[in-house]
Design a protein around this ligand. Structure first.
Ligand code: WT7
Length: 700
């Protein structure tokens, strides 16, 4: 177990932005409201959440039990209450805003649809009736493998309506990954589509689904196929049916199935890593409560907003801030099916302009990709309706933050950098847009009711400014994961064992500045140890990206004879890749730059220029893969989720910089030392007899 005591922060970010006065004046949460919430939560956090649960959720039977910690850390909330999540997202709006647009949809080919709350309610009910007629019962698992179209949300909501447990598998995953997830969940039914549009091509989902089922998914009895592309697709009789044919015969009313508060709402397998995926299990009431509240608190949702969260429903962001939270809050949400740069780099901005998007919530990887195309692209569009911007999924480097702020937000829109995880269900740390002054790169502070802290290896709070440690959550919260599906042992080991069940271990390292703001330094396994100094890879990446010629960077550690570990940087430029002497000169310049920006200890020994970085389909850099490449090790991991497989060759072919001390030259003694070095892991101490899986990105 690596000691985290001495993680050092070397990223100095001094800029601070107060919430624009015009925004603050109209904000849902004002400073005094927020103070009152913090005070109430500090005083009695169980009462705080329970009062909110009584106010925000329509219960069929009210709860009397608030927090049940008898089997901690398997916490349960509001256990004896009964509710239905779909009822709380749809039926509750019919009287007052039945005709309000719930979903504005734009397909990649340019087709658009607007669906009112009343229509959405009808379609969800109708499809819920289809599911029942197909023999799906309360508690059955249903896998959804669809493009990012309204029917994906309809399918999720329909499951919730009848108490079935959905497990959405991202449409970019391979047949193999789909089969794994179906089998782990023991799903009875699969909902898919003939295909979907992405980057000008049709993604053949049904063909992949067939392949998965052929590989062996014995629990699947029926397959429902939505027609999206209209391209030919093979239907197997007795097993496959068309969505539209089944729906045609069903009523548009469906009495909700009232379930208890803890009834599982969904499973979501965590992405990116090798090994057996973890089915993160969420419960109904607590999840609904916090996704609804955070939608209103963090995104400041108003009745006339058009809220666009660009995440696919295959990720937790697409669950909490597409399929559930905004609907529970009665918002108009926008869904776009396709790639951000199709047919050109202006697509996102064109959508914002045409549909009057007021709130945009996206990921740093998308922001950096769009930033790379230059300011002229967004400047061609009218983005004046935008009033709030959000970021999620990874630390946003100050460079990208500033671009988002200046070019997209025209300096007028607050940016909410939201830290949370699949496991936390809802946003945990973020600026509150009308109240919190922001700093580029910081997710600022925990929301009311969230008791985060940074602790050292012994679990003691780290209070020294800039000193890093483990990010932990010290009290349960309603939208927390309940367990890992079928493997509670792993739940306990992964998140709780490290500090003897006292705190939830997020697996990230972080530090706090003098204002008490949190700065995420990356996953614990992305921490480098250079000459006894612990450095977060993200900070070095941020420094690199701040250089005028750098578009993107990924930093990994590589064994070093003297320093223990050296910094190895893969760098994507915003200009053509230099060769020979020009490459050496630029590499030198970047080394000096990082030494200058951060610290000489952070200076990369190796710099490889590449046209692209290996990423999962969700846009996460596959660091584990890069680490293996940097160290000249064999690649043992599954590369089937790689977005751009061709890049592997280029990365392999890249020549090491002259200054690098190749791992092979290590003295026998150093080699032994390196081999003995315990794997840099966080929460999981005991693991099954399997090779250590140090997540290639941020995931375990
Ligand atoms: C991990 C969780 C949260 C939904 C999407 C990702 C990283 C997430 C931030 C942020 C710095 C962030 C963390 C976290 N992360 N948001 N605003 N700043 N890091 O969900 O796939 O479960 O990943 O993403 O490392 O642990 P996920």
């Amino acid at each position: 177990m690596a000691k985290q005591k001495n993680i050092q922060s070397v990223l100095h970010e001094e800029r601070k932005f107060a919430p624009p006065a015009a925004f603050a004046r109209k904000a849902n949460l004002k400073s005094k409201d927020l103070d009152a919430l913090y005070a109430r939560a500090a005083n009695d956090y169980v009462g705080f959440w329970s009062d909110l649960a009584r106010e925000e959720i329509v219960w069929q039977r009210p709860f009397t039990r608030e927090l049940d910690d008898t089997e901690a850390p398997n916490f349960r909330w509001f256990t004896d209450g009964f509710l239905n999540v779909s009822y709380n997202c749809l039926d509750v709006h019919l009287a007052e805003r039945g005709d309000k647009t719930a979903i504005i949809f734009e397909g990649e080919p340019g087709d658009t649809r607007r669906i009112s709350y009343r229509e959405l309610h009808g379609q969800v009910c109708q499809f819920a009736n289809v599911l029942k007629q197909q023999g799906v019962n309360k508690g059955d698992r249903v896998v959804i493998y669809m493009p990012l179209i309204p029917e994906a949300v309809i399918a999720m909501q329909a499951c919730a309506r009848i108490g079935a447990v959905h497990s959405v598998v991202f449409g970019g995953f391979s047949a193999h990954s789909l089969a794994d997830r179906i089998n782990d969940a023991g799903a009875r039914l699969l909902i898919t589509a003939d295909g979907g549009w992405r980057g000008g091509h049709s993604v053949e989902l049904k063909a992949a689904a067939d392949k998965a089922l052929e590989a062996g998914c014995p629990t699947i009895e029926r397959v429902i196929v939505y027609r999206r592309t209209g391209r030919p697709c093979v239907m197997r009789s007795g097993r496959d049916s068309w969505w539209h044919e089944l729906a045609a015969g069903q009523r548009i009313q469906c009495e909700p199935e009232w379930v208890d508060a803890e009834h599982p709402l969904y499973l979501l397998y965590t992405s990116g890593s090798t090994g057996k995926p973890k089915g993160i299990q969420h419960a109904s009431a607590g999840y609904l409560l916090q996704t609804k509240l955070t939608s209103r608190w963090v995104f400041d949702l108003k009745d006339d907003d058009v809220f666009w969260c660009t995440a696919d429903v295959g990720w937790v962001t697409g669950h909490s801030y597409v399929a559930y939270g905004p609907l529970a809050a009665g918002t108009t949400l926008l869904m776009y099916e396709g790639a951000p740069t199709y047919p050109d780099g202006g697509r996102f901005w064109k959508i914002c302009q045409e549909h009057g998007v007021t709130i945009l919530y996206t990921a740093p990887t998308a922001i950096r990709a769009l930033m790379r195309l230059g300011d002229e692209v967004p400047k061609k569009y009218d983005l004046s309706r935008l009033r709030l911007l959000g970021s999620v999924g990874e630390p946003i480097n100050p460079e990208a933050w500033m671009w988002y702020h200046r070019v997209i937000g025209a300096g007028r829109c607050p940016i909410v950098d939201t830290w949370w995880q699949t496991e936390t269900g809802a946003i945990m740390m973020t600026p509150v847009p009308g109240v919190t002054a922001t700093k580029p790169g910081s997710c600022t502070r925990p929301l009311p009711g969230i008791f985060a802290d940074i602790v050292d290896d012994e679990g003691r709070s780290v209070n020294k400014v800039g000193a890093g440690g483990y990010l932990v959550i010290k009290r349960p919260w309603p939208s927390m994961l309940r367990t890992i599906w079928g493997d509670n042992e792993r739940y306990l080991n992964t998140y709780w064992e490290k500090f003897h069940n006292r705190f939830y271990v997020a697996g990230d390292s972080a530090h706090r500045d003098a204002d008490g703001y949190y700065w995420i330094m990356g996953r614990i396994d992305d921490v480098l140890n250079v000459a006894g100094h612990r450095l977060g890879t993200m900070e070095i990446e941020s420094a690199l990206v701040a250089h005028v010629h750098v578009a993107e960077a990924a930093v990994v550690g590589r064994q070093h004879e003297i320093k223990g570990e050296s910094v190895f940087a893969y760098v994507v430029l915003n200009k053509a890749r230099p060769q020979g002497a020009a490459a050496d000169a630029l590499a030198d310049e970047l080394r000096r730059w990082v030494a200058d920006q951060l610290s000489p200890i952070a200076r990369p020994d190796d710099i490889h220029f590449t046209d692209n970085l290996p990423k999962t389909r969700s846009g996460k850099i596959m660091r584990r893969l890069l680490r293996a490449l940097a160290r000249g090790e064999a690649i043992t991991q599954d590369v089937s989720t790689l977005e751009n497989p061709a890049i592997l060759e280029q990365l392999r072919g890249a020549k090491h910089s002259p200054s690098a001390a190749p791992a092979k030259k290590a003295t026998p003694k150093a080699k032994v030392k390196a081999a003995r070095k315990p794997p840099r892991k966080t929460a999981v101490k005991k693991r099954p007899a399997k090779p250590a899986r140090r997540g290639e990105s941020k995931r375990r």
